[in-house]
Each structure stands twice: as structure tokens, then as C-alpha cells.
Write a new protein. Structure first.
Length: 252
């Protein structure tokens, strides 16, 4: 079965086991790899926003590759995203860098979206704080942007529990060193067109879905858009809310 780029994704909830009980019950909506360009469907974007808002997440994260052309050509389509609720936090992907990340940042500032590239901050949940950190894409160095890996690792080691967002699955090792509870990424499209997943696995440690390494959960989102050919095969687009469940709370 083919899943065309115009296919409207159905929202899904994935239960994620987390060690730290402070995160129990937290609902994180992850949107990734929208690849919005001149040919993208406003109808699909409106559907994504409406479906996302119905989930009533605690936070929303965009894990990169938001655009696939210059912002000036797709302002009307990007404007749909400003209706996402609640607060939106985002990091860059390689395509955002190619198509002038600064222009995207300027627009997102007007939406009050929070740029998490090489940043960290506390977020209050259930009367306590958890910490969100993000890294710019691994291609940043080619655009004169230094990735602040060591600074973020040291910060998160002293501030727990934490969630770590980055575009590529390869960065899970950095999140692991930072002792994060959850690492979220995208980039792979789940292979997009079978059997290209075999090629993706040569370059990335995970293809899609939920994984665990030591005490850290990892979720690789297949994304909402496409790159190159405008269809998917055996790798449907994805709109996912992660429901965090503490093992300790579950036992109680």
C-alpha cells in the first residue's frame, strides 16, 4: 500500500516507560520532518494542527526538518502551525539549515515558539521541574554553528529528570551521556520507501519507534512529510503523543 504525501495521519499515543517518577503522566506530542514546501497541502497541515490540539499534550516538540524551501514561499503554510497548543519547542534539522534557518527562527519568534538549538531550560510540571535540552543538527558545523554538546551534558547531569531532543538518531549517545530520561529524534522517515530502510540503517542506529538503552527511552519519529519523491511505502507518516509512565508509579 502506498501512503501519499497528502495522506492525513491518524494521531496515536505511545506509552513510554520512564525511570523517574517526576515525569509520570507527562504527555509529550512529537511532530517531526514536516518538510513543508511549495507543494505541501494546507489541508494536511490544518488536519495535523487540529488533531494535535485534540490530544491536549503538556508540551509539543518539533524535531527538525520543518521546511524544505525558503520561508518566503511558504509563509501561509507555516502560519497554520502557530495555532498549535500548548507551548512549542523546536530544534533544527539539516533541511532547515539548507533553507536558511535564521529566516525560520525569525518567523517562529512571532509564534512564540521556543528555539532549543544548543539550549536547555526548566519546565514546570505537577509543581516540580524537569529539564528540556536540544542540540542543533549534526550538519551545523558546515554552517558555522558550534554544537554545545559538553555544556549541555554537564548541565543535565546536575539537573534531573531531563528530556533531550535532536534531529538525528545518532545523537542518542550524547543524551545517554547526559543521563536523560527520554531522547526524541526524527530524520529517518522510517525509510520512507521500502526497502530504503536498509540504506538508512547503514547510517543510523535506529530506524523508527520506541527503544531503550540502559535507563533511557528513545523514540524515533517517522515524520509527517516526505523528501524527494512525494510518497511513502510501508513507512506511513506519523503524529505521535508519548505518554510517560514511571515504573515506580506503576508498581504502586
Amino acid at each position: 500500500m502506498f501512503f501519499m504525501d497528502s495522506f492525513l495521519p491518524q494521531a496515536q499515543t505511545v506509552e513510554v516507560n520512564i525511570e523517574n517518577e517526576k515525569l509520570h503522566g507527562l504527555k509529550v506530542l512529537q511532530l517531526s520532518d514536516l518538510h513543508i514546501d511549495k507543494r505541501s497541502s494546507i489541508k494536511k497541515l490544518v488536519h495535523v494542527v487540529n488533531a494535535s490540539n485534540l490530544l491536549k499534550a503538556d508540551i509539543i516538540v518539533l524535531t527538525g526538518d520543518i521546511i524544505d524551501c525558503r520561508v518566503k514561499y511558504i509563509k501561509d503554510k507555516l502560519a497554520v502551525l502557530k495555532h498549535l497548543k500548548p507551548k512549542v519547542y523546536y530544534i533544527s534539522g539539516n533541511h532547515d539549515l539548507y533553507y536558511r534557518l535564521n529566516e525560520l527562527r525569525q518567523l517562529f519568534n512571532t509564534f512564540n515558539f521556543i528555539d532549543m538549538d544548543n539550549s536547555f531550560l526548566p519546565i514546570k510540571y505537577n509543581g516540580e521541574f524537569f529539564y528540556l535540552a536540544g542540540l542543533s543538527d549534526r550538519f551545523s558545523k558546515f554552517f558555522g554553528i558550534k554544537r554545545e554538546e559538553k555544556r549541555i551534558i554537564e548541565y543535565l547531569k546536575d539537573n534531573k529528570p531531563s528530556l533531550f531532543i535532536s534531529h538525528q538518531p545518532k545523537d542518542y549517545k550524547i543524551a545517554l551521556e547526559a543521563q536523560s530520561s527520554l531522547f526524541l529524534c526524527g530524520h529517518t522517515h522510517g525509510g520512507q520507501i521500502f526497502p530504503f530502510h536498509l540504506l538508512v540503517r547503514l547510517f543510523q542506529p535506529f530506524l523508527s519507534g520506541l527503544h531503550y538503552k540502559n535507563k533511557m527511552a528513545i523514540y524515533v519519529n517517522k515524520g509527517l512529510g516526505t523528501w524527494g519523491l512525494k510518497y511513502r511505502f510501508l513507512a506511513p507518516c506519523e503524529l505521535t503523543m508519548l505518554q510517560l509512565i514511571s515504573n515506580k508509579k506503576r508498581v504502586e
